[in-house]
Design a protein around this ligand. Structure first.
Ligand code: SF4
Length: 205
């Protein structure tokens, strides 16, 4: 059994917080384990809880639409949530629930090792940059360890407030360019350093 399969099994059997009590299904995450982009949302909603899959409700349809607009499909990316079980009535995650569940997400990040993490919404963003405002930070890539974190509004926010949809669309449209820049930077970092000019070397000889 792979490390990933072990992780999924642990999540499906987890009872570390009270959210396990009322769930129909835990929602570990899905997608390519070699994806360059990983999307991280907040937690499962009703449809996700019913299906055991992330982003399959109305916010998921919007995510699919935005992915398609930049030429990507779900199998090209990895999608996960901060919480793996649905909070009652979709309330905000509690700090204790996030503390219990985040180690699963950390292991997912380690396994997938994406170049870019798209943090969807304030809870996801605050995992990487606690205390900062998503509305100020959105649309600007930031370095977190050796990964680029790109904060965006959660697609569900556009369902409640359609005025946010253009900002989400704009941020999605900038993703392909961001991926290219990240790849280019990685490629350059792997290039051997140019030989030092003889004159410079002679200073230490
Ligand atoms: S939300 Fe996370 S920590 Fe809580 S029971 Fe579900 S998998 Fe376990």
């Amino acid at each position: 059994m792979s490390e990933y399969d072990v992780l999924v099994r642990e999540i499906n059997g987890c009872e570390q917080c009270e959210l396990s009590r009322d769930r129909q299904n835990a929602v570990p995450g899905e997608g390519s384990l070699t994806a360059e982009i990983m999307f991280i949302g907040e937690g499962p909603g009703q449809q996700e809880d019913r299906n055991g899959r992330p982003f399959v409700g109305p916010a998921g349809h919007l995510l699919d639409e935005m992915l398609a607009a930049i030429g990507l499909k779900r199998p090209d990316v990895y999608i996960a949530n901060m919480l793996k079980c649905r909070p009652p009535r979709n309330r905000d995650p509690l700090p204790s629930e996030l503390d219990s569940c985040t180690p699963f997400l950390d292991r997912q990040i380690e396994i997938v090792a994406p170049s870019v993490i798209v943090a969807l919404g304030r809870f996801s963003f605050s995992k990487f940059f606690p205390g900062e405002s998503i509305s100020r930070a959105r649309g600007r890539p930031r370095r977190w360890r050796d990964i680029v974190v790109f904060p965006m509004y959660h697609p569900a926010a556009a369902l409640h407030n359609p005025g946010l949809k253009p900002a989400i669309q704009k941020d999605f449209e900038s993703l392909p360019g961001l991926i290219e820049r990240v790849k280019e930077a990685a490629r350059k970092a792997q290039e051997p350093e140019p030989a030092k000019p003889a004159q410079q070397l002679s200073m230490f000889e």
